[in-house]
Ligand binder design. Structure first.
Ligand code: PMP
Length: 442
């Protein structure tokens, strides 16, 4: 859509109206402070101020116990933290304190972090790995270190903001291919190689194809095999962001590559985060030794950002041990089975209800379409009143008419939890008339 000069301010005003005027009437549905660990999501009650009209914490300091259906606690390490990671974390606090207060290249690399980097590399079958204190920064800081002017990034249309911002910041040329569409990727690769850089008669210095393992707003698993095959056919490098798939997908929790049967030798840059399945913070990149050495010296996250908190590293190391079965129990295997069973059970029950869902079997992310932006806040509030903490997503994160709620299912949910939640969700679905699935597509 090309906007005439006269129309642009009108749309801007519309956006301002939506985000400023309307948002303060619905803001109780987002950023509700939680007052405990994520497993139960004890949430602060927000009340609308009579004077200002906007939402604030209830003066009574009210709290509501909720079942959390919105956090990325995929393997449930927040639920059984006492029994799984607590002692390792407490030992690390005693030995290292909370932060090393320096970047990893200066004096901030703890021996625990070095151990974690070796662990990530071994887990993924790569030569080496580097970890960063933030998942967002892992993409935002490492893509600009690898790519720059004269290079080309081919990015899936629904890639996460951290990838988009990293790509833009790099100064590379960017082409966006249709979501999860290997044929369109191939078309762009062919055009890129025949066309080269505009104005320059030489091919791109390098081409990087970037996709995610599981798309967090769609719950969709990437069609990795054909995407990687196409990229390799045109000698492009491949980067896969496994933020939502590492630990949550694949027979042994090794993510979307394992789930899709992709040879990790074909994935040059394996990225992931510890904020989801590991119940922690931070991100990693695994790849060849040259790549990791280069990132260590050249990515701003490594040079200018403080290293990961040793306390958090201890949590991730312990979670790895459990996922791998190196703790001598089958807890990890049971968690991996539980997340799959729970996600598939929850999805099929919602489908039977006639809801329209996005994503697919085995994905821990289950988005339910609300469509109508006017129903988003009510969905959240009705769930909250029934003791369910849910994430609702609308404009500007989706287009205006593609509002949805996005459930994240965990290995820590019991069948009883899910049944109770489904009963409440069914009430809300009826109240808001959200059985679109059968009527439209059934
Ligand atoms: N990549 C993807 C695909 C994500 O969904 C997210 C955030 N959920 C990130 C990166 C950023 O990770 P973090 O939240 O750990 O900073």
């Amino acid at each position: 859509l090309t906007l005439s000069k006269g129309l642009a301010p009108l749309l801007q005003d519309w956006e301002n109206f939506y985000t400023r005027r309307m948002y303060h009437r619905v803001q109780d549905c987002w950023s509700r402070p939680i007052t405990g660990p994520p497993l139960s999501a004890t949430m602060s009650v927000m009340e609308r101020s009579v004077v200002k009209g906007s939402y604030q914490l209830a003066p009574s300091g009210g709290k509501r116990e909720c079942l959390n259906l919105g956090s990325y606690n995929y393997l449930g390490f927040a639920d059984d933290w006492e029994d799984t990671c607590r002692s390792a974390v407490m030992e690390a606090v005693d030995q290292y304190s909370v932060s090393s207060c320096a970047s990893a290249v200066d004096i901030g690399l703890t021996s625990l972090q070095a151990e974690l980097e070796a662990n990530v590399a071994a887990f993924l079958g790569k030569d080496a790995a580097i970890v960063y204190s933030m998942g967002y920064g892992t993409n935002a800081a490492s893509i600009p270190a690898l790519m720059g002017p004269g290079t080309l990034i081919l990015s899936d249309a629904l890639n996460h903001a951290s990838i988009v911002n990293g790509a833009r910041h790099s100064g590379a040329s960017i082409r966006v291919f249709r979501h999860n569409n290997p044929a369109h990727l191939e078309q762009l690769l062919r055009e890129a190689i025949i066309g080269g850089q505009p104005g320059l008669r030489r091919p791109w210095r390098k081409i990087l194809v970037v996709v995610e393992g599981v798309y967090s707003m769609e719950g969709e698993i990437a069609d990795l095999k054909p995407l990687v095959r196409v990229a390799k056919r045109y000698k492009a490098y491949v980067m896969v962001d496994e933020a939502h798939s590492i630990g949550a997908l694949g027979k042994t929790g090794r993510g979307a590559c394992e789930h899709c049967g992709v040879d990790t030798a074909d994935v040059d840059v394996m990225m992931g985060t510890f904020t989801k399945s590991y119940g922690a913070m931070g991100g990693y990149i695994a790849g060849s030794k040259e790549l990791i050495d280069y990132l260590r010296q050249n990515s701003s996250g490594s040079v200018y950002g403080t290293a990961m908190s040793p306390v958090v590293v201890a949590q991730v190391l312990r979670a790895f041990e459990i996922i791998d079965g190196r703790d001598g129990t089958d807890r990890g295997a049971r968690k991996l089975q539980a997340i799959k069973d729970n996600a598939n059970y929850f999805r099929s029950r919602l489908e039977d209800m006639g809801c329209e869902l996005l994503g697919q079997q085995d994905s821990p992310v289950v988005p339910l379409m609300i469509y109508n932006p006017g129903k988003v806040a009510q969905f959240s509030r009705e769930c909250f009143d029934r003791g369910l903490a849910v994430v609702v997503v609308g404009f500007p994160a989706t287009s205006l008419i593609e509002s949805r709620t996005r459930f994240c299912i965990s290995a820590g949910h019991t069948r009883e939890d899910l049944d109770k939640a489904l009963k409440s969700i069914e009430e809300v679905v009826d109240l808001l008339k959200l059985r679109y699935g059968k009527r439209w597509f059934g």
